[in-house]
Design a protein around this ligand. Structure first.
Ligand code: SF4
Ligand code: SF4
Length: 353
């Protein structure tokens, strides 16, 4: 009997322990600030709007603790693969904590997993940039049968930019990448040498730069909410439903991602905005009109610093900016619901909350 109780207690403890670990990862991992650049790891994404919303910090990407642990596992695999490659005689540089920081300009950056100086079996003297990825069984099986370009076009695009960037930055000729994939289910490995397609790489970088420096949101990839890419996209509610932006400089009308890599604010005379300020925004924040497609911008009632919106949920016009109402006040009012809408709509415009 005592043994049975022990078993029951033990199982409860194991479950609680796992839950506590996931909780700790949830709070720790999700408090990481978003990237301030458009990374080449996502540059091959088919939807320019996705890349723009991501770069403009529309919303914080929240993951459950289990997923964050899974990302850690992928990250840790780099150490194992580097060790394995070194053990068979490959000479590597710029790996692990010493990765290259490739800045293509205009907010596009990349960090390849390493540079292979020599020792790849098929071409021992050639430079290769290194990309290491973990896969689940389904993804790994598809990769084996189709190859990286077809099975994982985003990884292929990433490697193209990394070969180009490494060549430019180190002034060497990197014509190949070595893709190393590890299956998380059974530890099988797959490697493939990828050839540089310079034109495609340059096109990708230019596309990323154009998206990052665009003042306007790119058009939607599809109007169909069930379109396969939209179905699992974290911006699905924005494109095919209703969701509102986070408040930070990048969702503000006054923000510009300049081609020279600076981020500036028109409201403060074109001054460069420090990164810590960008993350919080300020009281002069004006919601970018492209991020509230259901609201009507009334240009004739707007000023240089504030935007006048007709907001259907509030049944009235609201001045957004330092001369009127702050973005957070307006969004809270909209989210509060109908009872408040009536109270607000009874007031004259601009509304004071
Ligand atoms: S929901 Fe669709 S259109 Fe919108 S960002 Fe995502 S992929 Fe693009
Ligand atoms: S007005 Fe404020 S929130 Fe908007 S870009 Fe300038 S500093 Fe950022």
């Amino acid at each position: 009997m005592a043994g049975l109780e022990q078993k029951i207690d033990l199982s409860i403890n194991i479950s609680k322990t796992a839950e506590l670990i996931d909780d700790s990862w949830f709070w720790k991992g999700n408090s990481e600030p978003p990237r301030d650049y458009l990374g080449v790891s996502s540059i091959g994404h088919a939807c320019p709007r996705y890349l723009w919303l991501n770069f403009r910090w529309f919303s914080h990407d929240i993951h459950e603790g289990r997923m964050l642990r899974l990302f850690r596992r992928g990250h840790r695999e780099e150490e194992t693969v580097v060790e394995d490659l070194s053990a068979i005689g490959l000479k590597l540089d710029y790996v692990l904590d010493n990765q290259l920081n490739i800045d293509f300009g205009s907010h596009v950056k990349g960090h390849p997993d390493g540079l292979i100086l020599s020792g790849v079996y098929e071409a021992p003297k050639a430079f290769h940039s290194l990309e290491i990825k973990t896969h689940n069984l389904k993804s790994f099986t598809e990769l084996e049968s189709k190859g990286v370009q077809e099975a994982k076009p985003m990884h292929y695009a990433q490697m193209q930019c990394e070969m180009l960037g490494t060549s430019l930055m180190l002034r060497i000729d990197v014509q190949r990448a070595l893709y190393v994939a590890v299956c998380k289910d059974d530890d099988r490995m797959y490697t493939e040498r990828v050839r540089l397609d310079r034109k495609y790489a340059e096109h990708l970088v230019k596309r990323g730069q154009d998206i990052a420096t665009s003042d306007y949101i790119p058009s939607s990839l599809s109007d169909d909410p069930d379109f396969f890419l939209c179905q699992f996209c974290r911006f699905h509610d924005f494109c095919h439903g209703c969701s509102y932006p986070d408040i930070n400089c990048r969702t503000c009308s006054h923000f510009t991602a300049e081609k020279n890599g600076r981020c500036t604010c028109a409201c403060y005379g074109g001054k460069e905005i420090p990164l810590e300020v960008q993350r919080k925004g300020c009281e002069c924040h004006v919601i970018h009109p492209d991020l509230v497609p259901g609201w009507e911008l009334r240009k004739n009632r707007s000023t240089d610093d504030s935007a006048c919106y007709f907001i259907p949920q509030l049944e009235g016009e609201v001045l957004n900016g330092w001369e009127g109402n702050s973005s957070s006040e307006i969004l809270s009012a909209v989210r509060r619901g109908e009872s408040d809408i009536k109270a607000i709509s009874a007031q004259s415009s601009p509304i004071n909350f």
